[in-house]
Design a protein around this ligand. Sequence first.
Ligand code: BJW
Ligand code: ZN
Length: 241
Amino acid sequence: MQPGSDLAILRRRIAAAQSITVLTGAGISADSGVPTFRGADGLWRNFRAEDLATPEAFERDPRLIWEWYNWRRELIATKRPNPAHEAVAELERRCERFWLITQNVDGLHRAAGSRKLSEIHGNIWTVRCTGCGTIADNHDVPIAILPFCQCGSLLRPHIVWFGESLFPDDLSQCAAALRRCDVLLVIGTSGVVYPAAGFASVAKETGAFVAEINLDPTPQSSLVDLSLQGRAKEIVPLLLE
Ligand code: BJW
Ligand code: ZN
């Protein structure tokens, strides 16, 4: 490795940081075999996520939406965290002021040992009652279609769909983590879905060094201080060496 290479620069920034925040997207789990949303394999029965992940779609056809989630639960249940998830968990252990913001609903960060995290789009293993609002873990694979609460109302995935607000506690936790961090790592997200797509600029405005790790350039690439192009599972572990 060249001493002045981007990788060496980022390693030094990480080693010197008092506070680190990490933002992840589907690309980090792609290396575990979970399809991304906007990649070629992200389609299910020719629907795009934007057609399925809305409250209107669920109201119109809850069976269709639950069939999509059941397909994804079956797929994710067979997947394990990869070296990138493990390196993020290790970063948490090494850095006292650490926060992970993930857009992923697959639970693989928790499985890798991450504990200081906000799952800002929810979790595919959690359900919420559309009647009484009760939130519960549910690991059934397959899940009953349709699943009902004890109160008799329909259950929905405890996931943030398009047009729905993020959970207020998560938003305040994320805002604090973005403001205080010296380094923000943005890993494997296309950077098109808000509000997460705005997080890199929030951290930059408050003086953080922002680095992006992605297979391809993204709309954020021109904004960040440094871009490392490649697979998350190959690059992220190198940041800790
Ligand atoms: C690799 C790799 C490898 C691959 N290694 N990298 C402001 C402006 C415009 C619109 C809006 C706005 N504010 C709100 C909106 C509306 C909307 C929105 O952003 N729409 C955009 C599409 C324009 N946002 C919302 O509705 C949000 N709510 C909200 O803001 O509430 C207030 C409000 C409401 C209404 C109006 C205004 C304000 C909620 C968004 C919830 C998104 N939920 C989803 C679906 C969840 C369903 C589920 O999972 O079951 O979450 S959308 C989908 O996209 C999913 C993801 O978390 C999210 C982000 O995708 P991600 O992770 O970036 O994946 P990909 O596939 O896009 O990218 C993968 C990347 O990895 C690529 O870059 C690859 O190159 C890379 N890669 N392999 C490294 N091995
Ligand atoms: Zn209920």
